[in-house]
Design a binder for this molecule. Sequence first.
Ligand code: IPE
Ligand code: IPE
Ligand code: MG
Length: 254
Amino acid sequence: MQSPPSTARPDGERPGFHVAILMDGNGRWATARGLPRPAGHQAGADALRHIVEAAPDLGIRTLTVYALSSDNWHRPKREVMGILRMLRTRLRAQAADCLQRNVRISVIGRRDRLPRHVLAAIEDAERLTRDCDGWHFRIAVDYSARHAIAQAALRAAHQGGLHEASPTGEDPAALALFAAGMRSDLGPDVDLVIRTGGEQRLSDFLLWECSYAELYFTPTLWPDFDGAALADAVAEFRRRDRRFGRVPALVGAR
Ligand code: IPE
Ligand code: IPE
Ligand code: MG
């Protein structure tokens, strides 16, 4: 009997290949070394720099990283402010480097609660790199997928038109209107989600965009995650059989 055609697709080489990372485990990394938690966040930022260097050679065209969730405001204020200060410093230091490498930087998430100095660094980095088209590096700060989706629903409702859509919510026009409402926070569909640190949950990250994402969990703590670890995750992704609700033989006919 003839074997069914392979459904494995080289998504890693598609122009839009989108990887999203929950960079978890900084605190435990520091605690295990007898260091304060901020040392873990600093080490995590170093790890991120290496991942940004490794990403384009792996075919990644959009990388979205979770730097601070909206729920992280429930942490001690000192820790959150330390993370935001570090974000500002790193953005200031790395924006020129991204410009040189033709990498566009965007930040997604709420902006109304960020300190002004952080907002200024974000806007400067975005402005400096806005014409870069090599690949897209997105950083989620004060981000909540539920909030982003609720905002999109509100905007779509204000714009009108939703009431004419199919009540099943499957109407492509309604979905397009809704997605348009998510404006700059809406990225391309996520192909691969990586979560370091051993937990196996999404923690309110890109819930809309991850509908058909492949999930990859690793116990490696974020500061120890390097280019080789990223390559392993992408290799595992390429072995996955993505069916998008279809039966295997029909996938190629999408
Ligand atoms: C991820 O590391 C960074 C942020 C959430 C800002 P954590 O700080 O959550 O590290 P653990 O999970 O406590 O080890
Ligand atoms: C998720 O990590 C947020 C980031 C990686 C920035 P958390 O450590 O905040 O998530 P939970 O609390 O374990 O779900
Ligand atoms: Mg954590």
